[in-house]
Design a protein around this ligand. Structure first.
Ligand code: DGJ
Length: 595
Protein backbone atom coordinates (compact mmCIF):
# COMPACT_ATOMS: atom_id res chain seq x y z
CA UNK A 1 0.00 0.00 0.00
CA UNK A 2 2.79 2.33 0.97
CA UNK A 3 4.51 1.49 -2.24
CA UNK A 4 1.32 2.14 -4.12
CA UNK A 5 0.81 5.43 -2.28
CA UNK A 6 4.41 6.28 -2.96
CA UNK A 7 3.84 5.42 -6.58
CA UNK A 8 0.68 7.48 -6.72
CA UNK A 9 2.32 10.45 -5.10
CA UNK A 10 5.33 10.29 -7.40
CA UNK A 11 2.92 10.33 -10.33
CA UNK A 12 0.82 13.08 -8.76
CA UNK A 13 3.96 15.07 -8.10
CA UNK A 14 5.16 14.55 -11.63
CA UNK A 15 1.77 15.61 -12.97
CA UNK A 16 1.70 18.65 -10.69
CA UNK A 17 5.23 19.62 -11.66
CA UNK A 18 4.48 19.27 -15.31
CA UNK A 19 1.26 21.26 -15.05
CA UNK A 20 3.07 23.92 -12.99
CA UNK A 21 5.71 23.90 -15.69
CA UNK A 22 3.06 24.26 -18.40
CA UNK A 23 1.46 27.10 -16.45
CA UNK A 24 4.83 28.83 -16.12
CA UNK A 25 5.46 28.36 -19.82
CA UNK A 26 2.02 29.68 -20.63
CA UNK A 27 2.49 32.68 -18.36
CA UNK A 28 5.74 33.49 -20.06
CA UNK A 29 4.24 33.61 -23.55
CA UNK A 30 4.08 37.28 -24.54
CA UNK A 31 0.52 38.56 -24.34
CA UNK A 32 -1.61 41.67 -23.99
CA UNK A 33 -3.14 42.90 -20.75
CA UNK A 34 -5.45 45.79 -19.89
CA UNK A 35 -4.40 48.51 -17.45
CA UNK A 36 -6.99 51.25 -17.02
CA UNK A 37 -7.83 52.52 -20.50
CA UNK A 38 -4.60 51.18 -21.99
CA UNK A 39 -3.59 47.77 -23.30
CA UNK A 40 -0.06 46.74 -22.44
CA UNK A 41 2.31 44.31 -24.06
CA UNK A 42 3.51 41.80 -21.47
CA UNK A 43 6.89 40.16 -22.04
CA UNK A 44 8.50 37.90 -19.42
CA UNK A 45 5.58 38.75 -17.14
CA UNK A 46 6.20 42.51 -17.24
CA UNK A 47 4.90 45.41 -19.35
CA UNK A 48 7.27 46.05 -22.22
CA UNK A 49 7.74 48.98 -24.59
CA UNK A 50 9.04 48.04 -28.02
CA UNK A 51 11.79 50.50 -28.97
CA UNK A 52 11.93 48.93 -32.36
CA UNK A 53 13.24 49.25 -35.88
CA UNK A 54 11.98 47.56 -39.03
CA UNK A 55 14.58 46.13 -41.39
CA UNK A 56 14.29 46.67 -45.12
CA UNK A 57 12.29 44.00 -46.91
CA UNK A 58 15.25 41.95 -48.15
CA UNK A 59 17.77 42.36 -45.33
CA UNK A 60 16.93 39.10 -43.55
CA UNK A 61 17.19 37.01 -46.72
CA UNK A 62 20.97 36.70 -46.32
CA UNK A 63 22.75 35.55 -43.18
CA UNK A 64 25.97 37.18 -44.39
CA UNK A 65 24.26 40.50 -44.99
CA UNK A 66 22.63 40.40 -41.56
CA UNK A 67 25.84 39.64 -39.65
CA UNK A 68 27.05 43.21 -39.04
CA UNK A 69 23.52 44.53 -38.57
CA UNK A 70 22.80 43.01 -35.15
CA UNK A 71 25.38 44.88 -33.08
CA UNK A 72 24.48 48.13 -34.82
CA UNK A 73 20.87 47.66 -33.78
CA UNK A 74 22.04 47.31 -30.21
CA UNK A 75 24.15 50.48 -30.50
CA UNK A 76 20.98 52.34 -31.49
CA UNK A 77 19.31 51.26 -28.21
CA UNK A 78 16.83 49.17 -30.13
CA UNK A 79 15.24 46.38 -28.11
CA UNK A 80 12.95 44.85 -30.76
CA UNK A 81 13.63 44.12 -34.42
CA UNK A 82 10.82 43.89 -36.99
CA UNK A 83 12.17 41.24 -39.30
CA UNK A 84 10.53 39.79 -42.42
CA UNK A 85 10.00 36.04 -42.79
CA UNK A 86 9.47 35.40 -46.50
CA UNK A 87 7.11 32.56 -47.45
CA UNK A 88 8.98 31.91 -50.74
CA UNK A 89 12.22 31.24 -48.83
CA UNK A 90 10.60 29.27 -46.02
CA UNK A 91 8.60 26.86 -48.21
CA UNK A 92 10.41 26.78 -51.55
CA UNK A 93 8.73 23.44 -52.39
CA UNK A 94 5.27 22.60 -51.18
CA UNK A 95 5.35 21.01 -47.73
CA UNK A 96 9.16 21.31 -47.41
CA UNK A 97 10.06 23.91 -44.89
CA UNK A 98 13.44 25.53 -44.49
CA UNK A 99 13.79 27.39 -41.20
CA UNK A 100 17.46 28.29 -41.56
CA UNK A 101 16.84 32.04 -41.75
CA UNK A 102 14.26 31.96 -38.95
CA UNK A 103 16.57 30.02 -36.64
CA UNK A 104 19.48 32.32 -37.37
CA UNK A 105 17.40 35.33 -36.41
CA UNK A 106 16.26 33.78 -33.17
CA UNK A 107 19.79 32.77 -32.35
CA UNK A 108 21.20 36.24 -33.10
CA UNK A 109 18.42 37.85 -31.06
CA UNK A 110 19.41 35.64 -28.11
CA UNK A 111 23.04 36.61 -28.51
CA UNK A 112 22.28 40.32 -28.64
CA UNK A 113 19.48 40.31 -26.09
CA UNK A 114 16.98 41.56 -28.64
CA UNK A 115 13.33 40.66 -29.22
CA UNK A 116 11.82 39.92 -32.59
CA UNK A 117 8.55 40.77 -34.26
CA UNK A 118 8.30 38.54 -37.31
CA UNK A 119 6.61 40.02 -40.37
CA UNK A 120 4.87 37.20 -42.22
CA UNK A 121 5.32 38.22 -45.86
CA UNK A 122 3.06 35.68 -47.55
CA UNK A 123 -0.06 36.02 -49.73
CA UNK A 124 0.30 39.82 -49.94
CA UNK A 125 2.80 42.55 -49.34
CA UNK A 126 1.55 46.10 -50.07
CA UNK A 127 -1.37 44.46 -51.86
CA UNK A 128 1.04 42.68 -54.23
CA UNK A 129 1.87 38.98 -54.47
CA UNK A 130 5.64 39.38 -54.15
CA UNK A 131 6.25 36.67 -51.57
CA UNK A 132 4.23 33.50 -52.35
CA UNK A 133 6.58 30.72 -53.52
CA UNK A 134 6.71 30.00 -57.24
CA UNK A 135 4.65 26.80 -56.83
CA UNK A 136 1.83 29.17 -55.78
CA UNK A 137 2.58 32.15 -58.03
CA UNK A 138 3.02 29.97 -61.08
CA UNK A 139 -0.17 27.94 -60.68
CA UNK A 140 -3.12 30.13 -61.62
CA UNK A 141 -5.61 27.30 -61.86
CA UNK A 142 -5.01 26.04 -58.36
CA UNK A 143 -4.39 29.45 -56.75
CA UNK A 144 -6.85 31.93 -58.32
CA UNK A 145 -6.24 35.65 -58.74
CA UNK A 146 -8.39 38.74 -58.30
CA UNK A 147 -9.89 40.34 -61.39
CA UNK A 148 -10.32 44.07 -62.07
CA UNK A 149 -13.32 45.94 -63.48
CA UNK A 150 -11.65 46.34 -66.87
CA UNK A 151 -11.48 42.55 -67.08
CA UNK A 152 -7.73 42.66 -66.52
CA UNK A 153 -6.49 39.87 -64.35
CA UNK A 154 -4.17 40.88 -61.57
CA UNK A 155 -1.39 38.75 -60.15
CA UNK A 156 -2.89 39.38 -56.73
CA UNK A 157 -4.10 36.25 -54.97
CA UNK A 158 -7.86 36.29 -54.52
CA UNK A 159 -9.29 36.24 -51.01
CA UNK A 160 -12.15 34.12 -52.40
CA UNK A 161 -10.17 30.91 -52.64
CA UNK A 162 -9.86 28.29 -49.93
CA UNK A 163 -6.83 26.87 -51.77
CA UNK A 164 -5.01 30.20 -51.31
CA UNK A 165 -6.09 30.46 -47.69
CA UNK A 166 -5.16 26.87 -46.88
CA UNK A 167 -1.71 27.07 -48.45
CA UNK A 168 -0.86 30.27 -46.57
CA UNK A 169 -2.37 29.01 -43.30
CA UNK A 170 -0.48 25.72 -43.45
CA UNK A 171 2.82 27.52 -43.95
CA UNK A 172 2.11 30.03 -41.20
CA UNK A 173 1.06 27.28 -38.79
CA UNK A 174 4.34 25.49 -39.57
CA UNK A 175 6.25 28.68 -38.79
CA UNK A 176 4.50 29.18 -35.45
CA UNK A 177 4.91 25.51 -34.52
CA UNK A 178 8.60 25.81 -35.23
CA UNK A 179 8.95 29.07 -33.27
CA UNK A 180 7.25 27.39 -30.31
CA UNK A 181 9.72 24.51 -30.50
CA UNK A 182 12.93 26.50 -30.83
CA UNK A 183 12.26 29.80 -29.10
CA UNK A 184 12.45 28.69 -25.47
CA UNK A 185 13.88 32.09 -24.52
CA UNK A 186 10.90 33.95 -25.91
CA UNK A 187 12.71 36.15 -28.37
CA UNK A 188 9.71 36.25 -30.72
CA UNK A 189 7.13 38.46 -29.03
CA UNK A 190 4.86 39.63 -31.82
CA UNK A 191 3.80 38.71 -35.34
CA UNK A 192 2.61 40.88 -38.18
CA UNK A 193 0.35 38.77 -40.38
CA UNK A 194 0.88 39.71 -44.07
CA UNK A 195 1.82 43.29 -44.95
CA UNK A 196 -0.42 46.20 -45.95
CA UNK A 197 -3.14 44.02 -47.48
CA UNK A 198 -5.90 45.15 -49.80
CA UNK A 199 -6.66 45.25 -53.50
CA UNK A 200 -4.93 47.78 -55.73
CA UNK A 201 -6.33 48.92 -59.06
CA UNK A 202 -10.02 48.55 -58.26
CA UNK A 203 -12.38 49.01 -55.33
CA UNK A 204 -13.26 45.30 -55.34
CA UNK A 205 -12.38 41.96 -56.84
CA UNK A 206 -14.57 41.22 -59.93
CA UNK A 207 -13.71 37.55 -60.33
CA UNK A 208 -16.58 35.10 -60.63
CA UNK A 209 -16.17 33.90 -57.05
CA UNK A 210 -16.08 37.49 -55.81
CA UNK A 211 -19.19 38.49 -57.79
CA UNK A 212 -21.03 35.50 -56.37
CA UNK A 213 -20.06 36.42 -52.80
CA UNK A 214 -21.03 40.04 -53.43
CA UNK A 215 -24.55 38.97 -54.39
CA UNK A 216 -24.95 36.87 -51.24
CA UNK A 217 -26.47 38.15 -47.97
CA UNK A 218 -24.23 40.09 -45.61
CA UNK A 219 -23.19 37.58 -42.89
CA UNK A 220 -25.43 37.49 -39.84
CA UNK A 221 -22.55 37.91 -37.36
CA UNK A 222 -21.61 41.22 -38.99
CA UNK A 223 -25.20 42.48 -38.98
CA UNK A 224 -25.60 41.45 -35.33
CA UNK A 225 -22.48 43.42 -34.45
CA UNK A 226 -23.85 46.44 -36.29
CA UNK A 227 -27.23 46.38 -34.57
CA UNK A 228 -25.67 45.58 -31.18
CA UNK A 229 -22.98 48.30 -31.34
CA UNK A 230 -24.74 51.04 -33.27
CA UNK A 231 -23.39 53.82 -31.07
CA UNK A 232 -19.78 52.78 -31.29
CA UNK A 233 -19.59 51.93 -35.00
CA UNK A 234 -17.02 53.99 -36.88
CA UNK A 235 -19.08 57.08 -37.90
CA UNK A 236 -18.45 56.81 -41.66
CA UNK A 237 -19.41 53.13 -41.61
CA UNK A 238 -22.59 53.81 -39.69
CA UNK A 239 -23.51 56.65 -42.08
CA UNK A 240 -23.12 54.37 -45.11
CA UNK A 241 -25.41 51.82 -43.49
CA UNK A 242 -27.99 54.46 -42.50
CA UNK A 243 -27.86 56.11 -45.93
CA UNK A 244 -28.78 52.75 -47.47
CA UNK A 245 -31.78 52.40 -45.11
CA UNK A 246 -30.30 50.72 -41.96
CA UNK A 247 -31.34 47.33 -43.29
CA UNK A 248 -30.74 44.32 -41.06
CA UNK A 249 -30.59 41.86 -43.94
CA UNK A 250 -29.78 41.89 -47.63
CA UNK A 251 -26.88 41.74 -50.05
CA UNK A 252 -23.79 43.94 -49.67
CA UNK A 253 -25.20 46.44 -52.13
CA UNK A 254 -28.59 46.48 -50.44
CA UNK A 255 -27.13 47.00 -46.97
CA UNK A 256 -24.33 49.46 -47.82
CA UNK A 257 -25.37 51.05 -51.13
CA UNK A 258 -23.93 51.07 -54.63
CA UNK A 259 -20.71 52.93 -53.96
CA UNK A 260 -16.97 52.37 -54.04
CA UNK A 261 -17.09 52.51 -50.24
CA UNK A 262 -19.56 49.59 -50.21
CA UNK A 263 -17.04 47.67 -52.35
CA UNK A 264 -14.30 48.51 -49.87
CA UNK A 265 -16.47 47.32 -46.97
CA UNK A 266 -17.03 44.03 -48.81
CA UNK A 267 -13.30 43.64 -49.48
CA UNK A 268 -12.44 44.50 -45.86
CA UNK A 269 -14.70 41.70 -44.68
CA UNK A 270 -13.07 39.21 -47.02
CA UNK A 271 -9.49 40.25 -46.30
CA UNK A 272 -10.31 40.12 -42.57
CA UNK A 273 -11.74 36.59 -42.88
CA UNK A 274 -8.69 35.44 -44.82
CA UNK A 275 -5.98 37.12 -42.74
CA UNK A 276 -7.86 36.27 -39.56
CA UNK A 277 -7.97 32.65 -40.75
CA UNK A 278 -4.20 32.59 -41.31
CA UNK A 279 -3.65 34.17 -37.87
CA UNK A 280 -5.97 31.66 -36.19
CA UNK A 281 -4.06 28.75 -37.74
CA UNK A 282 -0.81 30.18 -36.35
CA UNK A 283 -2.27 30.95 -32.95
CA UNK A 284 -3.53 27.39 -32.63
CA UNK A 285 0.17 26.43 -32.64
CA UNK A 286 1.62 29.28 -30.63
CA UNK A 287 -0.53 32.19 -29.44
CA UNK A 288 1.73 35.26 -29.33
CA UNK A 289 0.04 38.60 -30.09
CA UNK A 290 -0.65 39.21 -33.78
CA UNK A 291 -1.45 42.41 -35.66
CA UNK A 292 -2.04 43.78 -39.14
CA UNK A 293 -0.47 46.92 -40.60
CA UNK A 294 -2.17 49.53 -42.76
CA UNK A 295 -1.20 51.48 -45.84
CA UNK A 296 -3.18 54.57 -44.86
CA UNK A 297 -5.55 56.11 -47.39
CA UNK A 298 -5.01 59.74 -48.21
CA UNK A 299 -7.55 62.49 -48.66
CA UNK A 300 -10.48 61.75 -50.89
CA UNK A 301 -8.81 59.26 -53.17
CA UNK A 302 -10.96 56.23 -54.03
CA UNK A 303 -10.29 52.72 -52.70
CA UNK A 304 -8.05 50.89 -55.14
CA UNK A 305 -5.62 53.83 -55.30
CA UNK A 306 -4.71 52.57 -51.82
CA UNK A 307 -5.29 48.88 -50.99
CA UNK A 308 -9.06 48.45 -50.84
CA UNK A 309 -10.15 46.43 -47.82
CA UNK A 310 -6.97 47.02 -45.81
CA UNK A 311 -7.44 47.64 -42.07
CA UNK A 312 -8.26 51.35 -42.23
CA UNK A 313 -10.25 52.99 -39.43
CA UNK A 314 -13.32 53.41 -41.67
CA UNK A 315 -13.55 49.62 -42.07
CA UNK A 316 -12.35 48.76 -38.56
CA UNK A 317 -15.68 47.17 -37.60
CA UNK A 318 -15.29 44.63 -40.39
CA UNK A 319 -11.81 43.69 -39.18
CA UNK A 320 -12.96 43.49 -35.56
CA UNK A 321 -15.72 41.01 -36.32
CA UNK A 322 -14.08 39.26 -39.26
CA UNK A 323 -10.64 38.62 -37.72
CA UNK A 324 -10.90 37.94 -33.98
CA UNK A 325 -7.46 36.28 -33.98
CA UNK A 326 -5.91 39.65 -34.87
CA UNK A 327 -5.18 41.53 -31.65
CA UNK A 328 -4.73 45.01 -33.05
CA UNK A 329 -4.37 47.10 -36.17
CA UNK A 330 -1.38 49.38 -36.76
CA UNK A 331 -0.81 52.33 -39.06
CA UNK A 332 2.32 52.70 -41.17
CA UNK A 333 2.93 56.42 -40.71
CA UNK A 334 5.67 57.89 -42.85
CA UNK A 335 4.01 61.33 -42.98
CA UNK A 336 5.70 64.35 -41.45
CA UNK A 337 2.37 65.47 -39.92
CA UNK A 338 2.62 62.28 -37.91
CA UNK A 339 0.64 63.29 -34.83
CA UNK A 340 -2.54 64.14 -36.76
CA UNK A 341 -2.43 60.74 -38.45
CA UNK A 342 -1.77 58.91 -35.20
CA UNK A 343 -4.74 60.72 -33.60
CA UNK A 344 -6.97 59.82 -36.53
CA UNK A 345 -5.97 56.17 -36.60
CA UNK A 346 -6.18 55.74 -32.85
CA UNK A 347 -9.31 57.85 -32.30
CA UNK A 348 -11.34 54.95 -30.91
CA UNK A 349 -8.54 53.92 -28.54
CA UNK A 350 -9.97 50.41 -28.28
CA UNK A 351 -6.65 48.79 -29.20
CA UNK A 352 -3.03 49.53 -28.30
CA UNK A 353 -1.11 51.88 -30.58
CA UNK A 354 1.93 50.33 -32.21
CA UNK A 355 3.68 52.07 -35.10
CA UNK A 356 5.40 49.39 -37.20
CA UNK A 357 6.65 51.83 -39.85
CA UNK A 358 7.62 55.48 -39.60
CA UNK A 359 10.08 57.81 -41.32
CA UNK A 360 13.38 57.32 -39.50
CA UNK A 361 14.45 60.97 -39.73
CA UNK A 362 11.48 62.01 -37.61
CA UNK A 363 11.37 59.04 -35.27
CA UNK A 364 13.37 60.66 -32.51
CA UNK A 365 10.57 63.09 -31.71
CA UNK A 366 7.47 61.18 -32.79
CA UNK A 367 8.16 58.37 -30.33
CA UNK A 368 7.57 60.83 -27.47
CA UNK A 369 4.13 61.56 -28.88
CA UNK A 370 3.20 57.89 -29.25
CA UNK A 371 4.28 57.02 -25.72
CA UNK A 372 3.00 60.16 -23.97
CA UNK A 373 -0.22 60.88 -25.80
CA UNK A 374 -1.38 57.43 -26.86
CA UNK A 375 -0.09 54.96 -24.26
CA UNK A 376 1.80 53.39 -27.16
CA UNK A 377 3.29 49.91 -26.85
CA UNK A 378 5.94 50.39 -29.50
CA UNK A 379 7.48 52.47 -32.23
CA UNK A 380 9.49 51.32 -35.20
CA UNK A 381 11.10 53.44 -37.92
CA UNK A 382 11.11 51.67 -41.29
CA UNK A 383 14.39 50.75 -43.03
CA UNK A 384 16.35 51.07 -39.84
CA UNK A 385 19.34 49.43 -41.52
CA UNK A 386 19.41 52.33 -44.00
CA UNK A 387 20.89 54.33 -41.13
CA UNK A 388 23.88 52.03 -41.06
CA UNK A 389 24.40 52.09 -44.77
CA UNK A 390 24.36 55.90 -44.73
CA UNK A 391 27.55 55.65 -42.77
CA UNK A 392 29.20 54.08 -45.81
CA UNK A 393 30.79 56.19 -48.57
CA UNK A 394 28.38 57.40 -51.22
CA UNK A 395 25.23 56.32 -49.39
CA UNK A 396 24.59 59.70 -47.85
CA UNK A 397 24.27 61.28 -51.31
CA UNK A 398 21.82 58.57 -52.31
CA UNK A 399 19.71 59.39 -49.28
CA UNK A 400 19.88 63.11 -50.01
CA UNK A 401 18.38 62.51 -53.41
CA UNK A 402 15.36 60.87 -51.76
CA UNK A 403 14.90 63.09 -48.74
CA UNK A 404 15.74 66.72 -48.11
CA UNK A 405 19.42 67.43 -47.35
CA UNK A 406 18.25 68.94 -44.06
CA UNK A 407 16.70 65.73 -42.90
CA UNK A 408 19.87 63.88 -43.82
CA UNK A 409 21.82 66.39 -41.75
CA UNK A 410 19.48 65.69 -38.88
CA UNK A 411 20.09 62.01 -39.24
CA UNK A 412 23.80 61.61 -39.38
CA UNK A 413 25.70 64.84 -39.04
CA UNK A 414 26.30 67.31 -36.31
CA UNK A 415 26.90 71.01 -36.81
CA UNK A 416 27.82 72.99 -39.94
CA UNK A 417 31.09 71.11 -40.35
CA UNK A 418 29.02 68.03 -41.18
CA UNK A 419 30.99 65.83 -38.85
CA UNK A 420 29.60 62.32 -38.93
CA UNK A 421 28.30 61.15 -35.61
CA UNK A 422 28.42 57.73 -34.04
CA UNK A 423 25.41 55.44 -34.04
CA UNK A 424 24.87 55.88 -30.31
CA UNK A 425 24.70 59.66 -30.81
CA UNK A 426 22.12 59.57 -33.57
CA UNK A 427 18.99 61.47 -32.52
CA UNK A 428 16.97 58.25 -32.59
CA UNK A 429 19.45 56.43 -30.34
CA UNK A 430 19.37 59.27 -27.82
CA UNK A 431 15.58 59.32 -27.77
CA UNK A 432 15.40 55.54 -27.39
CA UNK A 433 17.83 55.80 -24.48
CA UNK A 434 15.56 58.33 -22.77
CA UNK A 435 12.40 56.27 -23.32
CA UNK A 436 14.26 53.17 -22.09
CA UNK A 437 15.18 55.01 -18.89
CA UNK A 438 11.57 56.13 -18.45
CA UNK A 439 10.01 52.76 -19.27
CA UNK A 440 9.20 51.67 -15.68
CA UNK A 441 7.51 55.01 -15.00
CA UNK A 442 5.67 55.04 -18.33
CA UNK A 443 4.26 51.53 -17.97
CA UNK A 444 3.24 52.22 -14.37
CA UNK A 445 1.21 55.20 -15.60
CA UNK A 446 -0.28 53.82 -18.83
CA UNK A 447 -4.04 53.99 -19.02
CA UNK A 448 -4.41 56.22 -15.95
CA UNK A 449 -4.73 59.63 -17.62
CA UNK A 450 -1.49 60.84 -16.09
CA UNK A 451 0.60 61.21 -19.22
CA UNK A 452 0.63 63.51 -22.23
CA UNK A 453 2.82 63.97 -25.25
CA UNK A 454 3.39 66.65 -27.87
CA UNK A 455 5.54 67.56 -30.82
CA UNK A 456 6.66 71.18 -30.48
CA UNK A 457 7.42 72.90 -33.79
CA UNK A 458 9.61 75.99 -34.14
CA UNK A 459 7.72 79.21 -34.86
CA UNK A 460 4.31 77.62 -34.31
CA UNK A 461 2.03 78.94 -31.53
CA UNK A 462 2.47 77.27 -28.14
CA UNK A 463 0.27 74.25 -27.40
CA UNK A 464 -1.85 74.13 -24.27
CA UNK A 465 -1.99 70.70 -22.64
CA UNK A 466 -4.13 70.09 -19.54
CA UNK A 467 -2.57 67.42 -17.34
CA UNK A 468 -3.26 66.85 -13.66
CA UNK A 469 -3.70 70.07 -11.70
CA UNK A 470 -2.05 72.31 -14.30
CA UNK A 471 -2.24 73.41 -17.91
CA UNK A 472 1.13 73.09 -19.60
CA UNK A 473 2.00 75.65 -22.28
CA UNK A 474 4.53 74.01 -24.54
CA UNK A 475 6.65 75.57 -27.26
CA UNK A 476 9.77 74.77 -29.22
CA UNK A 477 12.79 76.63 -27.80
CA UNK A 478 14.69 78.03 -30.78
CA UNK A 479 18.41 78.53 -30.28
CA UNK A 480 19.72 82.05 -30.46
CA UNK A 481 17.87 85.24 -29.91
CA UNK A 482 15.02 86.70 -31.92
CA UNK A 483 15.99 89.46 -34.37
CA UNK A 484 15.64 92.86 -32.74
CA UNK A 485 13.70 95.64 -34.42
CA UNK A 486 15.85 98.31 -36.04
CA UNK A 487 16.87 101.10 -33.65
CA UNK A 488 14.34 103.94 -33.60
CA UNK A 489 14.91 106.45 -36.38
CA UNK A 490 18.02 104.74 -37.72
CA UNK A 491 18.45 105.99 -41.29
CA UNK A 492 18.00 103.27 -43.85
CA UNK A 493 17.89 100.63 -41.14
CA UNK A 494 17.63 97.20 -42.72
CA UNK A 495 14.45 95.32 -42.09
CA UNK A 496 14.68 92.48 -39.60
CA UNK A 497 15.72 89.27 -41.41
CA UNK A 498 12.93 86.82 -42.04
CA UNK A 499 12.83 83.91 -39.58
CA UNK A 500 14.73 80.82 -40.67
CA UNK A 501 12.48 78.27 -42.37
CA UNK A 502 11.37 75.41 -40.14
CA UNK A 503 13.30 72.25 -40.81
CA UNK A 504 12.49 68.75 -39.64
CA UNK A 505 15.17 69.32 -37.02
CA UNK A 506 13.23 72.24 -35.58
CA UNK A 507 10.80 69.94 -33.87
CA UNK A 508 11.00 68.25 -30.54
CA UNK A 509 8.93 65.47 -29.03
CA UNK A 510 8.08 65.74 -25.37
CA UNK A 511 6.43 63.49 -22.79
CA UNK A 512 4.94 64.56 -19.45
CA UNK A 513 4.11 62.30 -16.56
CA UNK A 514 2.19 63.70 -13.59
CA UNK A 515 3.86 61.93 -10.67
CA UNK A 516 2.16 63.92 -7.88
CA UNK A 517 -0.43 66.70 -7.45
CA UNK A 518 2.25 69.37 -8.07
CA UNK A 519 5.00 67.30 -9.62
CA UNK A 520 5.93 66.22 -13.15
CA UNK A 521 8.60 64.22 -14.85
CA UNK A 522 9.20 65.64 -18.33
CA UNK A 523 11.54 64.51 -21.06
CA UNK A 524 12.16 65.57 -24.64
CA UNK A 525 14.09 64.83 -27.78
CA UNK A 526 15.16 68.46 -28.18
CA UNK A 527 14.70 72.02 -26.94
CA UNK A 528 11.28 72.65 -25.41
CA UNK A 529 9.96 75.39 -23.17
CA UNK A 530 7.12 74.71 -20.72
CA UNK A 531 5.09 77.08 -18.58
CA UNK A 532 2.51 75.99 -16.03
CA UNK A 533 -0.79 77.50 -14.94
CA UNK A 534 -3.21 76.05 -12.39
CA UNK A 535 -6.14 74.03 -13.63
CA UNK A 536 -8.02 73.59 -10.35
CA UNK A 537 -9.60 75.96 -7.81
CA UNK A 538 -7.16 77.72 -5.46
CA UNK A 539 -4.39 80.30 -5.81
CA UNK A 540 -4.28 81.36 -9.48
CA UNK A 541 -0.52 81.36 -10.11
CA UNK A 542 1.97 78.53 -10.48
CA UNK A 543 5.56 78.97 -9.38
CA UNK A 544 8.50 76.62 -9.69
CA UNK A 545 9.56 75.10 -6.40
CA UNK A 546 12.44 73.07 -7.86
CA UNK A 547 13.76 71.52 -11.06
CA UNK A 548 16.23 68.70 -11.14
CA UNK A 549 17.78 67.34 -14.28
CA UNK A 550 18.81 63.72 -14.03
CA UNK A 551 18.56 60.13 -15.19
CA UNK A 552 16.63 57.03 -14.34
CA UNK A 553 18.86 54.08 -13.51
CA UNK A 554 16.92 50.82 -13.18
CA UNK A 555 13.79 52.86 -12.56
CA UNK A 556 15.38 54.96 -9.79
CA UNK A 557 15.73 58.74 -10.17
CA UNK A 558 19.34 59.90 -9.97
CA UNK A 559 19.39 63.71 -9.81
CA UNK A 560 22.12 65.80 -11.45
CA UNK A 561 22.14 69.61 -11.39
CA UNK A 562 19.49 71.62 -9.62
CA UNK A 563 18.30 74.02 -12.32
CA UNK A 564 17.51 77.62 -11.40
CA UNK A 565 18.20 81.19 -12.50
CA UNK A 566 18.84 81.39 -16.25
CA UNK A 567 18.30 77.64 -16.55
CA UNK A 568 14.69 78.05 -15.39
CA UNK A 569 14.08 81.45 -16.96
CA UNK A 570 14.09 82.93 -13.44
CA UNK A 571 11.55 80.40 -12.24
CA UNK A 572 9.10 81.14 -15.03
CA UNK A 573 9.51 78.06 -17.17
CA UNK A 574 11.05 74.67 -17.57
CA UNK A 575 13.62 74.48 -20.38
CA UNK A 576 14.17 70.95 -21.50
CA UNK A 577 16.93 69.73 -23.72
CA UNK A 578 19.02 72.76 -24.38
CA UNK A 579 18.63 75.35 -27.05
CA UNK A 580 20.95 78.12 -25.89
CA UNK A 581 20.83 76.70 -22.38
CA UNK A 582 22.24 73.17 -22.15
CA UNK A 583 19.64 71.68 -19.86
CA UNK A 584 19.15 67.94 -19.46
CA UNK A 585 16.52 66.09 -21.45
CA UNK A 586 14.89 64.49 -18.42
CA UNK A 587 13.76 66.76 -15.61
CA UNK A 588 11.74 66.45 -12.45
CA UNK A 589 9.71 69.54 -11.67
CA UNK A 590 7.93 70.57 -8.45
CA UNK A 591 5.46 73.43 -8.49
CA UNK A 592 3.72 75.58 -5.88
CA UNK A 593 0.83 77.98 -6.10
CA UNK A 594 0.53 81.61 -4.99
CA UNK A 595 -1.81 84.60 -5.15
C1 DGJ B 1 5.39 50.18 -46.85
C2 DGJ B 1 5.68 48.73 -46.78
O1 DGJ B 1 4.91 48.14 -45.79
C3 DGJ B 1 7.14 48.44 -46.54
O2 DGJ B 1 7.37 47.07 -46.55
C4 DGJ B 1 7.95 49.16 -47.57
O3 DGJ B 1 7.70 48.60 -48.81
C5 DGJ B 1 7.67 50.61 -47.52
N1 DGJ B 1 6.28 50.88 -47.74
C6 DGJ B 1 8.50 51.36 -48.54
O4 DGJ B 1 8.55 52.70 -48.22
Amino acid sequence: MRTLCGFVSVFALAAMTSSAQTAADQAAIPHLRKQGTATQMIVDGKPFLMLAGELRNSTTSSLEFMKPVWSKLVALHINTVLAPVQWELMEPREGQFDFTLVDAQIHAAEEHNLRLAFLWFASWKNGAPSYPPIWVKGNLDRFPRALRKDGASTDTLSTFSTANLNADSRAFAALMRHVKEVDSRRRVILIQVENEVGLLGDSRDRSEAANKAFAEPVPRELLDHMTGHKDTLYPEFRQAWEAAGSRTSGTWEQVFGKTAYADEIFMAWNYARYVGGVAAAGKAEYPVPMYVNTWCSMGDRPPGTYPSGGPEPHVADLWKVGAPAIDFRSPDLHATNFSEWADWYHSTRDFPLFIPEAFHATGHYNIFYVMGQHDGIGFSPFAIDELFFTMEPGMMEALESRFSPNSVDDLIFTGPSRTRIELADLPLARSYDIIAQLTPLIVENQGKGKMAGAVAIADEPPQKIPLGNYVLTVSYARSGRDPMPAPKGAPGAPAAPPPAPTRLADRAGVIFIAVGPDEYVAASSGPVNIRFSPNTPGPPNAGIDSIEEGKFVDGRWVPGRRLNGDESDSDKSVRLGGGVIPNGRIQRVKLYRYR
